[in-house]
Design a protein around this ligand. Structure first.
Ligand code: NDP
Ligand code: 8X3
Length: 249
């Protein structure tokens, strides 16, 4: 199951896993995008794909959607907690409370709702793998990144917490933390201002969503005795959340 498969990293991961023969449950709020992706993956890779439309912030929707899975889709072996966003880039004293709530409710509470619903069946079967998509923002805090960085630091901490709690239940837990990836992330952060979003990736080659999909594929294909705890993947031209080798013309 991949949450947030309608765009960016989630969509690229869905494509790569379909290419590699995985049965996929894809989720997101935008039904038309999920329908289109399902049709494309079925056509191109003969992939078996089930889609679930829900908002990870809504506990009732999360529970109902997962309960609605048909019997032969209920056993989830791998959960990729990817749905997430940044909303705004402002100092704490000027931040929008609504943006903070959206980030906390999605990146933190949404990840917990989905994990709480799926992890018991993994524990019962004594097998499963949860991959949390964190960020360089989960390792470093940058100016104006306050709440987004706090949610991703929390994802790092929860990954550790899950790993500790699920150790004796045979469940693997990993986090994948990307640097700058060119997806819809910045357009969402700047609320549709695509010019401002493009500037984020100006003058250097950012990661592609496919680069993170390939990292995820590596993480989930290790042998049973190996758990990749945490991976930080950066563009070659990015050395920290604030240091870029930009060549502007
Ligand atoms: P995109 O905006 O391209 O994709 C985000 C995905 O999350 C969409 O599929 C969206 O689906 C889903 N999503 C957002 N909010 C919700 C919600 N409330 N309920 C359900 N699904 C939701 O961004 P990315 O692919 O870049 O982001 C994926 C993850 O990677 C995020 O957790 C992000 O924080 C993280 N990340 C991104 C980096 C980057 O530079 N791009 C770097 C480091 C980490 P829909 O709108 O259809 O619901
Ligand atoms: C997304 C990357 O550096 O904008 O997590 O926070 S950053």
């Amino acid at each position: 199951m991949i949450t947030g498969a309608t765009a960016g990293i989630g969509e690229a991961t869905a494509k790569l896993l379909a290419e590699n023969g995985y049965r996929l449950i894809l989720t997101g709020r935008r039904k038309e995008r999920l329908d289109r992706l399902q049709a494309a993956l079925q056509m191109e890779y003969q992939a078996e794909v089930w889609t679930l439309v829900f908002d990870v912030r809504n506990l009732r929707q999360v529970e109902n959607a997962i309960d609605s899975l048909p019997e032969d889709w209920k056993e989830i072996d791998i959960l990729i907690n990817n749905a997430g966003l940044a909303a705004g880039l402002s100092s704490v004293q000027e931040g929008e409370i609504g943006d903070w709530e959206q980030m906390i409710d999605t990146n933190l509470k949404g990840l917990l709702y989905v994990t709480r619903k799926i992890s018991p069946q993994m524990a019962e079967r004594h097998s499963g793998h949860i991959i949390n998509i964190s960020s360089i923002a989960g390792k470093e805090t940058y100016p104006m990144g306050n709440v987004y960085c706090a949610t991703k630091h929390a994802v790092q901490s929860l990954t550790k917490g899950m790993r500790l709690d699920m150790l004796k239940h045979g469940i693997k837990v990993s986090s994948v933390a990307p640097g700058a990836v060119n997806t819809e992330f910045s357009t969402v952060r700047f609320k549709g201002d695509s010019q401002r979003a493009e500037k984020v990736y100006e003058g250097f080659v950012p990661l592609l969503a496919r680069d993170i999909a390939e990292t995820i594929l590596f993480v989930i294909t290790r042998p049973p005795h190996v758990n990749i705890d945490d991976v930080l993947v950066m563009p070659a031209a990015q050395a920290s959340s604030r240091d870029f080798d930009r060549k502007l013309s």
